[in-house]
Design a protein around this ligand. Structure first.
Ligand SMILES: Cc1cc2nc3c(=O)[nH]c(=O)nc-3n(C[C@H](O)[C@H](O)[C@H](O)COP(=O)(O)OP(=O)(O)OC[C@H]3O[C@@H](n4cnc5c(N)ncnc54)[C@H](O)[C@@H]3O)c2cc1C
Ligand SMILES: NC(=O)c1ccc[n+]([C@@H]2O[C@H](COP(=O)([O-])OP(=O)(O)OC[C@H]3O[C@@H](n4cnc5c(N)ncnc54)[C@H](O)[C@@H]3O)[C@@H](O)[C@H]2O)c1
Length: 466
Protein backbone atom coordinates (compact mmCIF):
# COMPACT_ATOMS: atom_id res chain seq x y z
CA UNK A 1 0.00 0.00 0.00
CA UNK A 2 1.57 3.29 -1.07
CA UNK A 3 -1.13 5.76 -0.06
CA UNK A 4 -2.29 6.28 3.55
CA UNK A 5 -5.93 5.85 4.51
CA UNK A 6 -7.77 9.15 4.65
CA UNK A 7 -10.79 8.10 6.73
CA UNK A 8 -11.87 5.43 9.15
CA UNK A 9 -15.50 4.17 9.31
CA UNK A 10 -17.41 1.86 11.59
CA UNK A 11 -18.59 -0.03 8.52
CA UNK A 12 -17.76 -0.21 4.81
CA UNK A 13 -20.22 -1.91 2.45
CA UNK A 14 -19.11 -2.90 -1.06
CA UNK A 15 -22.11 -2.93 -3.39
CA UNK A 16 -25.44 -1.09 -3.36
CA UNK A 17 -27.79 -4.01 -4.12
CA UNK A 18 -28.66 -5.91 -0.96
CA UNK A 19 -25.70 -4.11 0.64
CA UNK A 20 -27.60 -0.83 0.50
CA UNK A 21 -30.63 -2.36 2.27
CA UNK A 22 -28.32 -3.42 5.09
CA UNK A 23 -27.86 0.18 6.19
CA UNK A 24 -31.15 0.66 8.01
CA UNK A 25 -32.04 2.69 11.12
CA UNK A 26 -30.09 0.26 13.35
CA UNK A 27 -26.90 1.73 11.86
CA UNK A 28 -27.97 5.36 12.36
CA UNK A 29 -25.28 5.94 14.98
CA UNK A 30 -22.51 4.29 12.91
CA UNK A 31 -20.33 5.95 10.31
CA UNK A 32 -20.81 4.00 7.08
CA UNK A 33 -19.11 4.11 3.67
CA UNK A 34 -20.79 2.47 0.70
CA UNK A 35 -18.90 1.75 -2.53
CA UNK A 36 -20.56 1.30 -5.91
CA UNK A 37 -18.82 0.94 -9.26
CA UNK A 38 -21.98 0.75 -11.36
CA UNK A 39 -25.60 1.89 -11.15
CA UNK A 40 -26.87 2.52 -7.63
CA UNK A 41 -29.29 -0.19 -6.48
CA UNK A 42 -27.58 -3.29 -7.89
CA UNK A 43 -28.78 -6.10 -10.11
CA UNK A 44 -32.32 -6.84 -8.89
CA UNK A 45 -33.52 -3.29 -9.34
CA UNK A 46 -31.59 -2.21 -12.43
CA UNK A 47 -31.02 -5.27 -14.62
CA UNK A 48 -32.51 -8.24 -12.79
CA UNK A 49 -35.70 -9.36 -11.08
CA UNK A 50 -37.73 -6.16 -11.31
CA UNK A 51 -37.28 -4.99 -14.91
CA UNK A 52 -37.36 -8.56 -16.26
CA UNK A 53 -40.69 -9.23 -14.62
CA UNK A 54 -42.08 -5.99 -16.05
CA UNK A 55 -41.15 -7.27 -19.52
CA UNK A 56 -42.52 -10.72 -18.61
CA UNK A 57 -45.85 -9.10 -17.74
CA UNK A 58 -45.97 -7.46 -21.17
CA UNK A 59 -45.09 -10.82 -22.75
CA UNK A 60 -47.81 -12.61 -20.75
CA UNK A 61 -50.32 -10.03 -21.99
CA UNK A 62 -49.30 -10.62 -25.62
CA UNK A 63 -49.53 -14.38 -25.02
CA UNK A 64 -53.03 -14.04 -23.55
CA UNK A 65 -54.15 -12.12 -26.65
CA UNK A 66 -52.77 -14.81 -28.95
CA UNK A 67 -54.52 -17.54 -26.96
CA UNK A 68 -57.88 -15.81 -26.44
CA UNK A 69 -59.56 -17.47 -29.42
CA UNK A 70 -59.96 -20.77 -27.56
CA UNK A 71 -62.38 -19.07 -25.16
CA UNK A 72 -64.52 -17.69 -27.99
CA UNK A 73 -62.90 -14.28 -27.65
CA UNK A 74 -61.39 -13.14 -30.93
CA UNK A 75 -58.55 -10.67 -30.68
CA UNK A 76 -55.51 -9.73 -32.67
CA UNK A 77 -52.19 -8.40 -31.53
CA UNK A 78 -52.00 -5.19 -33.53
CA UNK A 79 -48.41 -4.42 -32.67
CA UNK A 80 -45.76 -4.15 -30.03
CA UNK A 81 -44.45 -0.66 -29.26
CA UNK A 82 -41.06 -1.79 -27.99
CA UNK A 83 -39.80 1.68 -27.23
CA UNK A 84 -42.91 2.35 -25.13
CA UNK A 85 -42.43 -0.94 -23.30
CA UNK A 86 -38.82 -0.02 -22.55
CA UNK A 87 -39.84 3.46 -21.51
CA UNK A 88 -42.55 2.15 -19.15
CA UNK A 89 -39.95 -0.01 -17.43
CA UNK A 90 -36.91 2.24 -17.29
CA UNK A 91 -37.91 5.90 -17.83
CA UNK A 92 -41.07 5.73 -15.73
CA UNK A 93 -40.06 3.30 -13.00
CA UNK A 94 -36.58 1.81 -12.62
CA UNK A 95 -34.27 4.73 -13.44
CA UNK A 96 -36.09 7.24 -11.20
CA UNK A 97 -36.09 4.72 -8.31
CA UNK A 98 -32.34 4.05 -8.74
CA UNK A 99 -31.46 7.74 -8.84
CA UNK A 100 -33.69 8.65 -5.91
CA UNK A 101 -32.12 5.81 -3.89
CA UNK A 102 -28.70 7.22 -4.68
CA UNK A 103 -29.81 10.76 -3.90
CA UNK A 104 -31.19 9.61 -0.52
CA UNK A 105 -27.88 8.00 0.44
CA UNK A 106 -25.75 10.90 -0.80
CA UNK A 107 -27.77 13.81 0.54
CA UNK A 108 -30.13 12.64 3.25
CA UNK A 109 -28.09 10.19 5.34
CA UNK A 110 -25.60 12.19 7.40
CA UNK A 111 -23.81 9.06 8.60
CA UNK A 112 -23.30 7.56 5.11
CA UNK A 113 -20.60 8.46 2.55
CA UNK A 114 -21.00 7.17 -1.01
CA UNK A 115 -17.89 6.32 -3.05
CA UNK A 116 -18.58 5.71 -6.72
CA UNK A 117 -15.62 3.67 -7.80
CA UNK A 118 -14.45 0.09 -8.11
CA UNK A 119 -13.43 -0.93 -4.59
CA UNK A 120 -10.50 -3.27 -3.99
CA UNK A 121 -8.80 -4.49 -0.84
CA UNK A 122 -5.29 -3.14 -0.28
CA UNK A 123 -4.78 -4.56 3.21
CA UNK A 124 -6.72 -5.94 6.19
CA UNK A 125 -10.01 -4.01 6.44
CA UNK A 126 -8.51 -1.42 4.09
CA UNK A 127 -10.18 -0.42 0.83
CA UNK A 128 -9.01 1.51 -2.20
CA UNK A 129 -12.33 3.08 -3.18
CA UNK A 130 -11.27 3.59 -6.80
CA UNK A 131 -11.94 7.31 -6.37
CA UNK A 132 -8.43 8.24 -5.24
CA UNK A 133 -9.23 7.67 -1.56
CA UNK A 134 -8.17 4.79 0.68
CA UNK A 135 -10.42 4.07 3.66
CA UNK A 136 -10.48 1.66 6.60
CA UNK A 137 -13.21 0.30 8.85
CA UNK A 138 -13.87 -1.85 11.90
CA UNK A 139 -16.10 -4.06 9.79
CA UNK A 140 -16.53 -4.59 6.05
CA UNK A 141 -19.39 -6.28 4.21
CA UNK A 142 -18.71 -7.60 0.70
CA UNK A 143 -22.00 -7.48 -1.20
CA UNK A 144 -20.49 -7.19 -4.66
CA UNK A 145 -22.84 -9.52 -6.56
CA UNK A 146 -22.07 -11.33 -9.79
CA UNK A 147 -21.70 -10.54 -13.50
CA UNK A 148 -22.64 -12.36 -16.72
CA UNK A 149 -20.17 -15.10 -17.71
CA UNK A 150 -19.35 -15.08 -21.40
CA UNK A 151 -17.91 -18.25 -22.97
CA UNK A 152 -14.51 -17.77 -24.60
CA UNK A 153 -15.81 -18.95 -27.94
CA UNK A 154 -18.04 -15.86 -27.99
CA UNK A 155 -15.49 -13.33 -26.73
CA UNK A 156 -12.79 -14.65 -29.06
CA UNK A 157 -15.11 -14.55 -32.08
CA UNK A 158 -15.43 -10.77 -31.83
CA UNK A 159 -19.16 -11.09 -32.53
CA UNK A 160 -21.50 -8.44 -31.05
CA UNK A 161 -23.65 -9.88 -28.28
CA UNK A 162 -26.08 -8.81 -25.59
CA UNK A 163 -26.34 -9.95 -22.00
CA UNK A 164 -29.14 -9.48 -19.47
CA UNK A 165 -27.37 -6.21 -18.55
CA UNK A 166 -28.18 -4.49 -21.85
CA UNK A 167 -30.73 -6.53 -23.81
CA UNK A 168 -33.71 -4.84 -22.15
CA UNK A 169 -32.60 -1.47 -23.57
CA UNK A 170 -31.98 -2.42 -27.20
CA UNK A 171 -33.20 0.35 -29.52
CA UNK A 172 -35.56 -1.89 -31.50
CA UNK A 173 -36.72 -5.47 -31.51
CA UNK A 174 -34.63 -7.64 -33.84
CA UNK A 175 -36.42 -9.99 -36.21
CA UNK A 176 -34.60 -12.96 -34.75
CA UNK A 177 -32.46 -13.77 -31.74
CA UNK A 178 -30.25 -16.68 -30.70
CA UNK A 179 -30.14 -17.18 -26.95
CA UNK A 180 -27.12 -19.14 -25.77
CA UNK A 181 -27.79 -20.93 -22.49
CA UNK A 182 -30.76 -22.91 -21.26
CA UNK A 183 -31.18 -21.76 -17.65
CA UNK A 184 -33.22 -19.10 -15.84
CA UNK A 185 -32.20 -16.07 -17.89
CA UNK A 186 -32.40 -17.86 -21.24
CA UNK A 187 -35.91 -19.19 -20.57
CA UNK A 188 -37.26 -15.91 -19.20
CA UNK A 189 -35.94 -13.83 -22.12
CA UNK A 190 -36.95 -16.48 -24.68
CA UNK A 191 -40.52 -16.01 -23.44
CA UNK A 192 -40.26 -12.22 -23.46
CA UNK A 193 -38.81 -11.85 -26.94
CA UNK A 194 -40.78 -14.66 -28.52
CA UNK A 195 -44.10 -13.37 -27.16
CA UNK A 196 -43.25 -9.89 -28.43
CA UNK A 197 -42.74 -11.24 -31.95
CA UNK A 198 -39.03 -12.10 -32.22
CA UNK A 199 -38.13 -15.47 -33.77
CA UNK A 200 -36.17 -17.09 -30.94
CA UNK A 201 -33.65 -19.93 -31.08
CA UNK A 202 -32.44 -21.31 -27.75
CA UNK A 203 -29.21 -23.30 -27.75
CA UNK A 204 -27.95 -25.37 -24.82
CA UNK A 205 -25.47 -28.10 -24.05
CA UNK A 206 -27.76 -30.24 -21.88
CA UNK A 207 -30.53 -32.41 -23.29
CA UNK A 208 -33.32 -30.40 -21.63
CA UNK A 209 -34.02 -26.77 -20.83
CA UNK A 210 -33.81 -25.82 -17.14
CA UNK A 211 -31.80 -28.93 -16.31
CA UNK A 212 -31.82 -28.19 -12.55
CA UNK A 213 -35.58 -28.81 -12.40
CA UNK A 214 -37.15 -32.10 -11.49
CA UNK A 215 -36.53 -34.20 -14.61
CA UNK A 216 -40.22 -34.75 -15.39
CA UNK A 217 -40.93 -31.01 -15.36
CA UNK A 218 -37.78 -30.20 -17.34
CA UNK A 219 -38.88 -32.68 -20.02
CA UNK A 220 -42.47 -31.37 -20.06
CA UNK A 221 -41.23 -27.79 -20.22
CA UNK A 222 -38.76 -28.54 -23.03
CA UNK A 223 -41.44 -30.32 -25.04
CA UNK A 224 -43.85 -27.40 -24.88
CA UNK A 225 -41.05 -24.83 -25.43
CA UNK A 226 -40.30 -26.48 -28.78
CA UNK A 227 -43.77 -25.38 -29.91
CA UNK A 228 -42.81 -21.69 -29.54
CA UNK A 229 -39.05 -21.53 -29.90
CA UNK A 230 -36.47 -23.23 -32.09
CA UNK A 231 -34.76 -25.30 -29.37
CA UNK A 232 -31.32 -26.80 -30.15
CA UNK A 233 -30.06 -28.94 -27.29
CA UNK A 234 -27.31 -31.40 -26.44
CA UNK A 235 -24.62 -29.94 -28.68
CA UNK A 236 -21.46 -27.96 -28.21
CA UNK A 237 -20.89 -24.83 -30.22
CA UNK A 238 -17.77 -25.06 -32.42
CA UNK A 239 -17.90 -21.65 -34.11
CA UNK A 240 -19.54 -18.27 -33.64
CA UNK A 241 -19.39 -15.97 -36.66
CA UNK A 242 -20.52 -12.38 -37.18
CA UNK A 243 -22.87 -11.82 -40.10
CA UNK A 244 -24.77 -8.96 -41.74
CA UNK A 245 -23.62 -5.57 -42.95
CA UNK A 246 -23.41 -4.16 -39.40
CA UNK A 247 -21.89 -7.42 -38.03
CA UNK A 248 -24.66 -7.56 -35.41
CA UNK A 249 -25.96 -10.81 -36.90
CA UNK A 250 -24.60 -14.17 -35.83
CA UNK A 251 -24.18 -17.67 -37.16
CA UNK A 252 -23.59 -20.55 -34.78
CA UNK A 253 -22.03 -23.82 -35.90
CA UNK A 254 -22.51 -26.97 -33.83
CA UNK A 255 -20.20 -29.96 -33.47
CA UNK A 256 -22.24 -32.03 -35.96
CA UNK A 257 -21.79 -29.32 -38.61
CA UNK A 258 -25.36 -28.00 -38.36
CA UNK A 259 -25.86 -24.23 -38.05
CA UNK A 260 -28.37 -21.63 -36.97
CA UNK A 261 -28.39 -17.89 -37.62
CA UNK A 262 -30.13 -14.77 -36.32
CA UNK A 263 -30.00 -10.97 -36.28
CA UNK A 264 -28.83 -10.86 -32.67
CA UNK A 265 -27.21 -12.93 -29.93
CA UNK A 266 -28.07 -12.96 -26.23
CA UNK A 267 -25.59 -14.79 -24.01
CA UNK A 268 -27.15 -16.30 -20.87
CA UNK A 269 -24.62 -18.86 -19.70
CA UNK A 270 -24.48 -18.18 -15.97
CA UNK A 271 -23.12 -15.45 -13.69
CA UNK A 272 -19.65 -15.25 -12.11
CA UNK A 273 -19.39 -13.89 -8.55
CA UNK A 274 -17.38 -10.65 -8.43
CA UNK A 275 -14.99 -11.72 -5.65
CA UNK A 276 -12.19 -12.34 -8.17
CA UNK A 277 -12.07 -8.59 -8.93
CA UNK A 278 -11.60 -7.43 -5.31
CA UNK A 279 -7.90 -8.27 -4.67
CA UNK A 280 -9.03 -10.41 -1.76
CA UNK A 281 -5.55 -11.89 -1.25
CA UNK A 282 -4.26 -8.62 0.15
CA UNK A 283 -6.75 -8.89 3.02
CA UNK A 284 -6.52 -12.64 3.71
CA UNK A 285 -9.99 -13.36 2.31
CA UNK A 286 -10.30 -16.79 0.72
CA UNK A 287 -12.45 -17.93 -2.15
CA UNK A 288 -14.41 -21.18 -2.16
CA UNK A 289 -14.37 -22.00 -5.87
CA UNK A 290 -15.47 -18.72 -7.42
CA UNK A 291 -17.43 -17.53 -4.35
CA UNK A 292 -16.13 -15.66 -1.33
CA UNK A 293 -15.85 -18.29 1.41
CA UNK A 294 -18.19 -17.58 4.34
CA UNK A 295 -19.20 -19.59 7.39
CA UNK A 296 -22.82 -20.07 8.48
CA UNK A 297 -22.79 -16.61 10.08
CA UNK A 298 -21.56 -14.81 6.96
CA UNK A 299 -17.98 -14.34 8.22
CA UNK A 300 -15.19 -14.52 5.64
CA UNK A 301 -11.74 -15.88 6.51
CA UNK A 302 -10.57 -12.37 7.52
CA UNK A 303 -11.45 -10.84 10.88
CA UNK A 304 -14.25 -8.27 10.69
CA UNK A 305 -15.00 -8.97 7.02
CA UNK A 306 -18.37 -10.44 6.07
CA UNK A 307 -20.06 -11.32 2.78
CA UNK A 308 -23.59 -11.84 1.51
CA UNK A 309 -25.59 -12.41 -1.64
CA UNK A 310 -24.39 -13.51 -5.07
CA UNK A 311 -20.72 -12.89 -4.30
CA UNK A 312 -20.66 -15.63 -1.65
CA UNK A 313 -23.99 -17.47 -1.58
CA UNK A 314 -24.64 -20.86 -3.17
CA UNK A 315 -27.95 -19.36 -4.34
CA UNK A 316 -27.99 -16.46 -6.80
CA UNK A 317 -31.48 -15.38 -5.78
CA UNK A 318 -32.72 -12.07 -4.44
CA UNK A 319 -34.84 -13.55 -1.65
CA UNK A 320 -31.70 -15.35 -0.43
CA UNK A 321 -29.59 -12.18 -0.66
CA UNK A 322 -32.34 -10.36 1.28
CA UNK A 323 -32.34 -13.06 3.97
CA UNK A 324 -28.54 -12.99 4.26
CA UNK A 325 -28.64 -9.20 4.47
CA UNK A 326 -31.10 -9.36 7.39
CA UNK A 327 -28.94 -11.96 9.17
CA UNK A 328 -25.77 -9.90 8.69
CA UNK A 329 -27.61 -6.76 9.82
CA UNK A 330 -28.14 -8.56 13.12
CA UNK A 331 -24.70 -10.20 13.32
CA UNK A 332 -22.76 -6.98 12.72
CA UNK A 333 -24.48 -5.40 15.70
CA UNK A 334 -24.67 -8.47 17.98
CA UNK A 335 -21.34 -10.30 17.83
CA UNK A 336 -22.19 -12.06 21.09
CA UNK A 337 -25.35 -13.60 19.62
CA UNK A 338 -24.60 -14.57 16.01
CA UNK A 339 -27.48 -15.89 13.88
CA UNK A 340 -26.83 -18.48 11.14
CA UNK A 341 -28.04 -18.26 7.54
CA UNK A 342 -31.03 -20.50 6.96
CA UNK A 343 -30.65 -22.21 3.59
CA UNK A 344 -32.64 -25.37 4.25
CA UNK A 345 -35.58 -24.99 1.88
CA UNK A 346 -34.75 -22.31 -0.66
CA UNK A 347 -37.49 -22.02 -3.28
CA UNK A 348 -37.16 -20.47 -6.73
CA UNK A 349 -39.35 -19.56 -9.66
CA UNK A 350 -38.70 -19.12 -13.37
CA UNK A 351 -40.95 -16.51 -14.94
CA UNK A 352 -41.06 -18.05 -18.38
CA UNK A 353 -44.10 -19.50 -20.12
CA UNK A 354 -45.59 -21.35 -18.45
CA UNK A 355 -44.27 -20.21 -15.08
CA UNK A 356 -42.34 -22.69 -12.97
CA UNK A 357 -41.66 -22.87 -9.24
CA UNK A 358 -39.81 -25.34 -7.11
CA UNK A 359 -38.86 -26.09 -3.52
CA UNK A 360 -37.08 -29.03 -1.91
CA UNK A 361 -35.85 -32.25 -3.47
CA UNK A 362 -36.45 -33.45 -7.00
CA UNK A 363 -37.66 -37.03 -7.39
CA UNK A 364 -34.14 -38.19 -8.38
CA UNK A 365 -32.58 -36.40 -5.39
CA UNK A 366 -35.13 -37.90 -2.99
CA UNK A 367 -34.47 -41.41 -4.30
CA UNK A 368 -30.69 -40.86 -4.18
CA UNK A 369 -31.03 -39.72 -0.55
CA UNK A 370 -32.63 -43.09 0.26
CA UNK A 371 -36.13 -41.88 1.12
CA UNK A 372 -39.07 -44.25 0.74
CA UNK A 373 -41.07 -41.89 -1.44
CA UNK A 374 -44.53 -41.44 -2.82
CA UNK A 375 -44.92 -39.20 -5.86
CA UNK A 376 -47.96 -37.56 -7.42
CA UNK A 377 -48.15 -35.41 -10.55
CA UNK A 378 -51.49 -33.61 -10.74
CA UNK A 379 -52.38 -31.93 -14.04
CA UNK A 380 -53.93 -28.46 -13.97
CA UNK A 381 -56.37 -29.63 -16.64
CA UNK A 382 -57.93 -32.15 -14.23
CA UNK A 383 -59.06 -29.63 -11.61
CA UNK A 384 -61.95 -27.24 -12.11
CA UNK A 385 -60.06 -23.98 -12.64
CA UNK A 386 -57.39 -25.52 -14.86
CA UNK A 387 -60.21 -27.11 -16.85
CA UNK A 388 -61.87 -23.69 -17.19
CA UNK A 389 -58.57 -22.38 -18.50
CA UNK A 390 -58.35 -25.23 -21.08
CA UNK A 391 -54.92 -25.88 -19.62
CA UNK A 392 -52.98 -28.72 -21.20
CA UNK A 393 -49.43 -28.14 -19.92
CA UNK A 394 -49.59 -27.27 -16.21
CA UNK A 395 -48.91 -29.72 -13.41
CA UNK A 396 -48.08 -29.91 -9.73
CA UNK A 397 -45.62 -32.66 -8.78
CA UNK A 398 -45.15 -33.57 -5.14
CA UNK A 399 -42.66 -35.93 -3.55
CA UNK A 400 -43.24 -37.06 0.05
CA UNK A 401 -41.62 -39.42 2.51
CA UNK A 402 -43.95 -42.33 3.25
CA UNK A 403 -42.53 -43.00 6.68
CA UNK A 404 -42.83 -39.46 8.06
CA UNK A 405 -45.73 -38.12 6.01
CA UNK A 406 -43.61 -35.03 5.27
CA UNK A 407 -43.29 -33.33 1.93
CA UNK A 408 -39.75 -33.52 0.48
CA UNK A 409 -40.22 -31.54 -2.71
CA UNK A 410 -42.81 -29.58 -4.66
CA UNK A 411 -42.53 -28.56 -8.31
CA UNK A 412 -45.20 -26.64 -10.16
CA UNK A 413 -45.40 -25.62 -13.80
CA UNK A 414 -48.31 -23.51 -14.97
CA UNK A 415 -50.23 -20.30 -14.33
CA UNK A 416 -49.38 -18.65 -11.00
CA UNK A 417 -46.91 -21.40 -10.06
CA UNK A 418 -44.67 -18.97 -8.05
CA UNK A 419 -47.67 -17.97 -5.93
CA UNK A 420 -49.30 -21.41 -5.65
CA UNK A 421 -46.11 -22.97 -4.34
CA UNK A 422 -46.04 -20.71 -1.29
CA UNK A 423 -48.57 -23.01 0.48
CA UNK A 424 -46.14 -25.89 0.02
CA UNK A 425 -43.07 -23.88 1.04
CA UNK A 426 -44.90 -23.15 4.27
CA UNK A 427 -45.82 -26.81 4.73
CA UNK A 428 -42.23 -27.97 4.23
CA UNK A 429 -40.75 -25.19 6.35
CA UNK A 430 -43.08 -25.74 9.30
CA UNK A 431 -43.00 -29.53 9.13
CA UNK A 432 -46.70 -30.02 8.35
CA UNK A 433 -47.59 -33.55 7.30
CA UNK A 434 -49.27 -34.16 3.99
CA UNK A 435 -52.54 -35.36 5.61
CA UNK A 436 -52.62 -32.22 7.76
CA UNK A 437 -51.98 -29.93 4.81
CA UNK A 438 -54.59 -31.70 2.72
CA UNK A 439 -57.39 -31.98 5.23
CA UNK A 440 -56.88 -29.70 8.23
CA UNK A 441 -57.78 -26.65 6.21
CA UNK A 442 -60.42 -25.67 3.68
CA UNK A 443 -59.36 -25.28 0.06
CA UNK A 444 -61.47 -22.71 -1.74
CA UNK A 445 -63.52 -24.25 -4.52
CA UNK A 446 -63.00 -23.98 -7.46
CA UNK A 447 -59.73 -22.04 -7.05
CA UNK A 448 -56.57 -23.01 -8.90
CA UNK A 449 -55.09 -24.04 -5.53
CA UNK A 450 -57.19 -27.20 -5.85
CA UNK A 451 -54.38 -28.48 -8.08
CA UNK A 452 -52.21 -28.47 -4.95
CA UNK A 453 -54.95 -30.03 -2.81
CA UNK A 454 -55.46 -32.83 -5.32
CA UNK A 455 -51.73 -33.44 -5.63
CA UNK A 456 -51.53 -33.79 -1.83
CA UNK A 457 -54.53 -36.14 -1.80
CA UNK A 458 -52.96 -38.20 -4.59
CA UNK A 459 -49.88 -39.08 -2.55
CA UNK A 460 -49.98 -42.66 -1.40
CA UNK A 461 -49.63 -43.28 2.32
CA UNK A 462 -50.18 -46.63 4.06
CA UNK A 463 -52.33 -44.87 6.68
CA UNK A 464 -53.70 -41.87 4.85
CA UNK A 465 -55.58 -40.37 7.74
CA UNK A 466 -57.92 -38.59 5.32
C1 LIG B 1 -31.80 -10.96 -15.50
C2 LIG B 1 -31.89 -11.40 -14.07
C3 LIG B 1 -33.12 -11.69 -13.52
C4 LIG B 1 -33.21 -12.09 -12.19
N1 LIG B 1 -34.43 -12.41 -11.70
C5 LIG B 1 -34.54 -12.84 -10.43
C6 LIG B 1 -35.81 -13.17 -9.88
O1 LIG B 1 -36.84 -13.07 -10.54
N2 LIG B 1 -35.86 -13.60 -8.60
C7 LIG B 1 -34.73 -13.73 -7.84
O2 LIG B 1 -34.83 -14.15 -6.68
N3 LIG B 1 -33.51 -13.41 -8.32
C8 LIG B 1 -33.40 -12.98 -9.60
N4 LIG B 1 -32.17 -12.64 -10.09
C9 LIG B 1 -31.00 -12.76 -9.22
C10 LIG B 1 -30.90 -11.51 -8.31
O3 LIG B 1 -30.95 -10.35 -9.10
C11 LIG B 1 -29.60 -11.56 -7.52
O4 LIG B 1 -29.53 -12.77 -6.78
C12 LIG B 1 -29.51 -10.40 -6.51
O5 LIG B 1 -29.80 -9.17 -7.12
C13 LIG B 1 -28.11 -10.39 -5.88
O6 LIG B 1 -28.03 -9.29 -5.00
P1 LIG B 1 -26.61 -8.85 -4.40
O7 LIG B 1 -26.90 -7.77 -3.45
O8 LIG B 1 -25.87 -10.04 -3.94
O9 LIG B 1 -25.79 -8.29 -5.64
P2 LIG B 1 -26.09 -7.07 -6.62
O10 LIG B 1 -27.49 -6.61 -6.56
O11 LIG B 1 -25.55 -7.51 -7.94
O12 LIG B 1 -25.21 -5.88 -6.02
C14 LIG B 1 -23.84 -5.86 -6.15
C15 LIG B 1 -23.41 -4.45 -6.44
O13 LIG B 1 -22.01 -4.35 -6.17
C16 LIG B 1 -21.41 -3.53 -7.14
N5 LIG B 1 -20.00 -3.90 -7.18
C17 LIG B 1 -19.45 -5.08 -7.56
N6 LIG B 1 -18.13 -5.06 -7.39
C18 LIG B 1 -17.83 -3.84 -6.87
C19 LIG B 1 -16.62 -3.23 -6.47
N7 LIG B 1 -15.45 -3.87 -6.55
N8 LIG B 1 -16.67 -1.95 -6.01
C20 LIG B 1 -17.85 -1.29 -5.92
N9 LIG B 1 -19.02 -1.84 -6.27
C21 LIG B 1 -19.01 -3.10 -6.73
C22 LIG B 1 -22.17 -3.87 -8.42
O14 LIG B 1 -22.05 -2.84 -9.38
C23 LIG B 1 -23.60 -4.02 -7.88
O15 LIG B 1 -24.30 -2.80 -7.94
C24 LIG B 1 -32.05 -12.20 -11.41
C25 LIG B 1 -30.79 -11.87 -11.94
C26 LIG B 1 -30.72 -11.47 -13.26
C27 LIG B 1 -29.38 -11.11 -13.83
N1 LIG C 1 -36.45 -16.01 -11.70
C1 LIG C 1 -35.28 -16.02 -11.05
O1 LIG C 1 -35.18 -16.26 -9.84
C2 LIG C 1 -34.03 -15.73 -11.82
C3 LIG C 1 -34.08 -15.20 -13.10
C4 LIG C 1 -32.90 -14.95 -13.76
C5 LIG C 1 -31.69 -15.23 -13.13
N2 LIG C 1 -31.67 -15.75 -11.89
C6 LIG C 1 -30.41 -16.08 -11.21
O2 LIG C 1 -29.32 -15.72 -12.02
C7 LIG C 1 -28.49 -16.84 -12.22
C8 LIG C 1 -27.86 -16.77 -13.56
O3 LIG C 1 -28.82 -17.07 -14.58
P1 LIG C 1 -28.39 -17.87 -15.88
O4 LIG C 1 -29.61 -18.25 -16.63
O5 LIG C 1 -27.32 -17.11 -16.56
O6 LIG C 1 -27.67 -19.12 -15.24
P2 LIG C 1 -28.14 -20.64 -15.08
O7 LIG C 1 -27.13 -21.28 -14.24
O8 LIG C 1 -29.57 -20.75 -14.71
O9 LIG C 1 -28.04 -21.19 -16.56
C9 LIG C 1 -26.86 -21.10 -17.31
C10 LIG C 1 -26.91 -22.15 -18.39
O10 LIG C 1 -25.84 -21.90 -19.28
C11 LIG C 1 -25.18 -23.13 -19.55
N3 LIG C 1 -23.79 -22.84 -19.88
C12 LIG C 1 -22.81 -22.49 -19.02
N4 LIG C 1 -21.66 -22.29 -19.69
C13 LIG C 1 -21.94 -22.51 -20.99
C14 LIG C 1 -21.16 -22.46 -22.18
N5 LIG C 1 -19.87 -22.16 -22.16
N6 LIG C 1 -21.78 -22.74 -23.34
C15 LIG C 1 -23.10 -23.06 -23.37
N7 LIG C 1 -23.87 -23.12 -22.29
C16 LIG C 1 -23.29 -22.85 -21.12
C17 LIG C 1 -25.36 -23.94 -18.28
O11 LIG C 1 -25.22 -25.31 -18.55
C18 LIG C 1 -26.76 -23.55 -17.86
O12 LIG C 1 -27.72 -24.35 -18.48
C19 LIG C 1 -29.40 -18.05 -12.05
O13 LIG C 1 -28.68 -19.18 -11.64
C20 LIG C 1 -30.37 -17.58 -11.00
O14 LIG C 1 -29.85 -17.90 -9.75
C21 LIG C 1 -32.83 -16.00 -11.22
Amino acid sequence: MTQSPSRHFDLIVIGTGSGNSLINESFADKSVAICEKGTFGGTCLNVGCIPTKMFVYAADTATAIRRSEQYGVDSTLDGVRWQDTVSRVFDNRIDPIASSGEDYRRHRCDNVTVYDGHATFVGPRTIDTGTGEIITADQIVIAAGARPSIPEIVTESGVAYYTSDDVMRIPELPESMIIQGSGFIACEFAHVFSALGVKVTVIGRSDVLLKHLDRELAERFTEQAREHWDVRLGQHVTAVTATGSDSRGVQITFEDGSTCAADSLLVATGRTPNGDLLSLDSAGIELDGDRVRVDEFGRTTADGVWALGDVSSPFQLKHVANHEQRVLGHNLLHPENLQPFHHAHVPYAVFTWPQIASVGLTEDEARAAGHDITVKTQDYGDVAYGWAMEDSVGCCKLIADRSTGLLLGAHIMGAQAPSLIQILIQGIEFGLTVPDMARRQYWIHPALAEVVENALLGLDFPDRGF
